[in-house]
Design a protein around this ligand. Structure first.
Ligand code: IMP
Length: 429
C-alpha cells in the first residue's frame, strides 16, 4: 500500500527542512504545503546557487514534482508571483505542476500593516513576528471576513468579501490613524495580479483525492516548527498556524486510511527567532559561536537567531505529538569542534522535576534545565560521506538521542550540499 510522508520541524523552525524535502523529492513526486505562508524560509542549493523559497513547496525544484499550496496556507499573491517568476527565470516550468487551493486565504496589504502595528502596540511585549501579515490574515479567516483565492475568479464575490473585511478593518484603521482601505483600489491591484495567478487556482481536494486514489505518495512539507504551533507551542510566542501533524488534516486532504510516516526534523542544537521562552538558550560566547558556525540568521528576515543546546524535554513532547517515525538530524557539523556537548534531559521548576514540556512562557522562563555532558567528536563531519564509519563520539551522541527519544535517527546532514548527507537508514520505503 502507498504511504504518505510528512516532514515536520520539531523545534522552533529553521531545522533545515528545505534540504531534506529536496532529497525526498527524488522518491516522492507530490509536495504539499499545508500551513503558514511566506514567513517560512526554506534554503536550497539549486543549480549551484542558493535559493530561498518562502511559499512555494521546495519539492518543485525537481522538474517532475507537483507542488500544491493547500487551503491551510495563507497566500500573499505578490509573494507567490515573485517566487514563481524567480523559479521560471532559473529555467523551471511550473505550469501544470504547481497548484493553489481555491480555498486558501489571501494576505492583503492591510494584513501586513496590521502585523507591524500590532507589534508596535504590544510595546515591550512583542512576539517578534516576521511582519508578513500572517497572524492578521488567519485572524480574518477565523473571524469569517477573509478573502479566499477563489474570489479572484468571481468579481462580485471579491467585492463582497472585501466589503466584509473592510467593515471591520476600517474602523480599526481610523482608531489607529492608519489610512482607510480603499476597496476599489484594492480590487484594481488584485486584478493586476490575478492574470498570473488564476491559471494555478484549482480544487486541491479533488486533485489530492485523485493522486491518493492513483496510489501516489504525498509529501507534506511543514513550515515553522512544532513549538511555534498556535495550540501546542509556547503561546503567545508562536505563529498563527498548525505546523504540527494536526495541520495536515485541517490544512489539506490527507486520507487517514493511508499510512502516514512522519520524519521529524531536528537541528543538532536549538535556535529560535523572535521573542519567547527558550530554556536552553546560551546568551554568552557559546551562543555566539553556535550562531557564527551555524550561520544562524533568519532566511526570511535576516534577524540573528538565538542559539542554545539541544533540549530533549521539548523534543520528546514534539516526537510524541507528531507520532514521529524517524529523525533527520541536521547541522551536525556545527558541533564538530566542541570538546563536550551538553544536552538538556530534564527541567527543574520550583524544586520539582517536570514530567512533560510546559507550554507556559512564565514557567519556561523560570525553570532550570538539567544537562548531560556528551563527548564531542572533534573532527570535521562535513568531510564524511555516505558509508564512511562515524566517529565514536558522534555514534554515542546519536545513540543517546535515540535512547531518550525512542525514535531512530535515520539521516545526518553535515553540510548544505546534497552530498553532505549520511543515510543511516532509509527514510522512505
Ligand atoms: P509570524 O509567523 O510572522 O506571525 O511570527 C510568529 C513567530 O514565529 C515569530 O517568533 C517568528 O520569528 C516565528 N517564525 C515564523 N516563521 C518562522 C520560520 O519559518 N522559522 C522560524 N521562526 C519563524
Amino acid at each position: 500500500m502507498t504511504t504518505n510522508y510528512a516532514v515536520i520541524g520539531l523545534q522552533w523552525g529553521d531545522e533545515g527542512k528545505g534540504k531534506i524535502v529536496d532529497l525526498l523529492s527524488k522518491d516522492l513526486k507530490v509536495a504539499v504545503r499545508y500551513q503558514g505562508g511566506h514567513n517560512a524560509g526554506h534554503t536550497i542549493l539549486f543549480s549551484g546557487r542558493k535559493l530561498v523559497l518562502h511559499l512555494i513547496p521546495s519539492g518543485v525544484l525537481h522538474p517532475d514534482v507537483t507542488g500544491v499550496i493547500d487551503r491551510g496556507v495563507v497566500v500573499d499573491p505578490e509573494a507567490f508571483l515573485r517566487e514563481k517568476e524567480e523559479l521560471e527565470k532559473g529555467g523551471l516550468s511550473l505550469k501544470g505542476r504547481l497548484f493553489l487551493s481555491k480555498d486558501a486565504h489571501m494576505i492583503l496589504p492591510y494584513h501586513s500593516l496590521a502585523d507591524g502595528l500590532g507589534e508596535t502596540l504590544r510595546g515591550s511585549l512583542p512576539i517578534g513576528t516576521t511582519r508578513r501579515g500572517i497572524g492578521p490574515c488567519y485572524e480574518d479567516k477565523l473571524a469569517r471576513r477573509g478573502v479566499k483565492l477563489s474570489t479572484l475568479l468571481d468579481p462580485k464575490a471579491l467585492r463582497e468579501a472585501l466589503e466584509a473585511a473592510v467593515s471591520m478593518r476600517n474602523p480599526l484603521h481610523k482608531g489607529l490613524n492608519a489610512p482607510a482601505i480603499d476597496i476599489d483600489k484594492e480590487i484594481a491591484r488584485l486584478e493586476g495580479l490575478a492574470e498570473g495567478i488564476r491559471p494555478f487556482i484549482v480544487d486541491t481536494f479533488e486533485l489530492l483525492d485523485n493522486f491518493q486514489r492513483q496510489g501516489r505518495s504525498l509529501l507534506f512539507e511543514g513550515a515553522q516548527g512544532t513549538l511555534l504551533d498556535i495550540d501546542f507551542g509556547t503561546y503567545p510566542f508562536v505563529s498563527s498556524s498548525h505546523p504540527s501533524i494536526g495541520g495536515i488534516f485541517t490544512g489539506s486532504y490527507c486520507d487517514y486510511h493511508i499510512p502516514l510516516k512522519v520524519i521529524g526534523l531536528v537541528k543538532a542544537y536549538t535556535t529560535r527567532v523572535g521573542e519567547g521562552p527558550f530554556p536552553t538558550e546560551e546568551m554568552g560566547e557559546t551562543g555566539k559561536t553556535l550562531q557564527e558556525r551555524g550561520h544562524e540568521y533568519g532566511a526570511t528576515t535576516g534577524r540573528p537567531r538565538r542559539c542554545g543546546w539541544l533540549d530533549l524535554v521539548a523534543l520528546k513532547y514534539a516526537v510524541k505529538l507528531n507520532g514521529v517515525s524517524s529523525i533527520a538530524l541536521t547541522k551536525v557539523d556545527v558541533l564538530d569542534s566542541f570538546a563536550s556537548i551538553p544536552v538538556c534531559t530534564s527541567y527543574l521548576y520550583k524544586g520539582e522535576r517536570l514530567s512533560t514540556f510546559p507550554t507556559e512562557p512564565w514557567i519556561l522562563e523560570k525553570l532550570r534545565p538539567e544537562y548531560t555532558e556528551l563527548r564531542g567528536w572533534q573532527q570535521p563531519s562535513s568531510s564524511l560521506r555516505n558509508g564512511d564509519p562515524l566517529p565514536e563520539a558522534l555514534k554515542e551522541y546519536i545513540a543517546f538521542l535515540e535512547e531518550k527519544l525512542e525514535v531512530p535517527v535515520s539521516l545526518l546532514s553535515v553540510g548544505p550540499d546534497r552530498e553532505e548527507t549520511l543515510n543511516l537508514r532509509p527514510l522512505v520505503g
